[in-house]
Design a binder for this molecule. Structure first.
Ligand code: AVJ
Length: 322
């Protein structure tokens, strides 16, 4: 059994600098916003795992069923030697790909990448034990700048699952997909999991569950700011909001200030005022249509080989070939 390796391309200091820059930009903008990647400290990663188990949150279980159903076909179609996973989190669903890939015989190496060192090291410990013949090489980084650090060669598949592509606005998405397109070689694959546009009565509760777990996840970003930037947010003074934006076809999560309040962000020497009822955007989660995914992938140099969906067409798993 080979010892796993862990490359850290982003240190706590880098993360803190990036957080500072994002918070300064977002909290001095009108309307205010924060990028979703800061949800995932250890607590946020745990809360996200709880979200994936909620009745209302269909994406994870739907994607898992698609992976279970099609993992063997993915393995024979791609004959992947190196599986790179962007935003791997717990790597839980990925096990279906790892098992199918080792059974098919081509898979040698798994490269999980995540911004959360705690999620990544936790996942890797279990993976080395369960897949003793795989080389496991973790990368702690921001997925948007992981690609240039990817070792070349060896029939790679880049997996980007869970619908995380939807966290990027269209321009960021186009740039990110184009970068993957430039990084991989002809014949290599992108395996993408995306949520599809469905009835808002199903989508909205997935982001606003009855038990309030998503609300805790949303407010946790304020605790991250308190801890990292020495800020004075009172998370309980913000209400979780989830809406479906029909024009942009995305779910938007916001935090609404329940009263007029001032927050000090010591590390930025910044005072921020919130009006009563003021809403700050904390996440977009775009949903897709078959034509839009195919078009966006084509623009990045990928041809869709397989487009699998569940019976309710809630989620799609897409195998696209460069
Ligand atoms: C991890 C980005 C895929 O957008 O559905 C879950 C995050 N936010 N509930 C998503 C999330 C609120 C999730 N992704």
């Amino acid at each position: 059994m080979a010892a796993p390796t862990l490359d850290v391309h982003i240190t706590d200091a880098d993360l803190r600098d990036a957080l500072r820059a994002d918070v300064l930009r977002g909290l001095t903008a009108t309307p205010k916003w924060l990028p979703p990647k800061w949800f995932y400290d250890a607590t946020g990663s745990e809360l996200f795992e709880l979200i994936t188990e909620l009745d209302e949150y269909y994406p994870t279980r739907t994607e898992r069923a698609l992976l279970a159903e099609h993992a063997d076909e993915i393995a024979t179609l791609t004959r992947t030697k190196v599986l790179v996973e962007l935003g791997s989190g717990s790597s839980d669903k990925t096990r279906l790909l790892l098992s199918a890939g080792t059974a098919e015989g081509s898979l040698r190496r798994y490269v999980p990448q995540d911004v959360s060192p705690s999620a990544l090291t936790g996942a890797m410990e279990d993976l080395v034990r369960d897949y003793p013949d795989l080389e496991i090489h973790g990368v702690v980084s921001d997925f948007t700048d992981t690609l240039r650090t990817l070792p070349a060669g060896g029939r790679r598949t880049v997996a980007f699952l869970g619908g995380t592509l939807g966290n990027l606005v269209p321009e960021e998405r186009a740039e990110f997909l184009a970068e993957i397109g430039r990084t991989v070689d002809a014949g290599e694959y992108l395996l993408l999991g995306v949520g599809l546009v469905i009835d808002p009565a199903v989508m909205v509760p997935a982001y606003d569950d009855a038990a309030g777990v998503t609300a805790r996840f949303d407010r946790n970003v304020l605790s991250v700011l308190n801890g990292t930037l020495d800020a004075t947010f009172e998370p309980e003074a913000f209400e979780h909001v989830a809406i479906w934006d029909d024009r942009n076809e995305w779910i938007e999560m916001r935090l609404r200030s329940t009263r007029a309040q001032d927050v000090r962000i010591e590390a930025l020497d910044l005072d921020v005022h919130f009006d009563e009822g003021e809403e700050m955007r904390t996440e977009i989660s775009a949903k897709f249509r078959e034509e839009s995914v195919t078009g966006e992938l084509a623009a990045a140099g990928f041809a869709v080989d397989r487009f699998w969906t569940d019976a309710d067409r809630r989620f799609a798993l897409v195998a696209a070939r460069r």
